[in-house]
Design a protein. Sequence first.
Length: 382
Amino acid sequence: LVRKDIEKDNAGQVTLVPEEPEDMWHTYNLVQVGDSLRASTIRKVQTESSTGSVGSNRVRTTLTLCVEAIDFDSQACQLRVKGTNIQENEYVKMGAYHTIELEPNRQFTLAKKQWDSVVLERIEQACDPAWSADVAAVVMQEGLAHICLVTPSMTLTRAKVEVNIPRKRKGNCSQHDRALERFYEQVVQAIQRHINFDVVKCILVASPGFVREQFCDYMFQQAVKTDNKVLLENRSKFLQVHASSGHKYSLKEALCDPSVASRLSDTKAAGEVKALDDFYKMLQHEPDRAFYGLKQVEKANEAMAIDTLLISDELFRHQDVATRSRYVKLVDSVKENAGTVRIFSSLHVSGEQLSQLTGVAAILRFPVPELSDQEDDSSSEE
């Protein structure tokens, strides 16, 4: 955060410098249609020389756009913002369209007519270094593995390893074993390539059956043979857990595992997974204390009954200002009533699941028997 000028009426601007790919995801959640964005960009400019020949060259200039469209590429963590120029510039006419691609380590200034509490809190958290990715995961089954980084707000697949493994034959397992060894070797290489052991506190190795144990044995035997100091020094960071398959969605089960939860208790991702897990348990055992859907949750909030609010960050990107402010009001109100608010990332495995439940859910302090539709109708007629 370089500077922050916000007036009493919540209008104002903030200047930020994105430092890592994760910051682009936060920026995507901050920028909305109608905001103005000022940043350095490259524009192709046509020039005419004294002889009349026309050439074009690229110039770096600073533009202020009124935002019309926002495009985020989650794999490359790139953010493009399209809009019209609203400030005089020697290269670009007023009202001309331009697309700015925001770059790491290059500052930008974002101005809004209304900064709400959810956006301001996101800036605060994104600028706090303790929130960065400190968990990696290898989800595997025989012949398939996903190497993922679990950051506080998204699960990024960094590599996928697929190897065809022939079945064991009676009296001849050599082909199967050779293929398996080749597969393990590729996974080890992917781990070394994509996992930064200086940052990562814990690496989950999740699989069905004995795959994870066999793989870890293989990896550390090879590390001893080849004297791989990085793997040997970080041996204690590897944690084996059960998962039902080698697909990315199995990561949620691994994160729910109690032994994992205790190791990851200081990371946000684990907190969200636990909250969602608690919600499902409550829905099963005490349905009067677990609500989802905006109307139901708002009713529970009027009764000051919400203990934990689960809400997807997707809802705050809503184009309709009234709808968006309805969600912001709900978040502020729950906090005022001493409830906990967990904002889930739609790029995270747990966030995807919450989106299937309308994106908003709540665990209540006390049961609120659900109002049936008949009672609703009769009370409105009265």
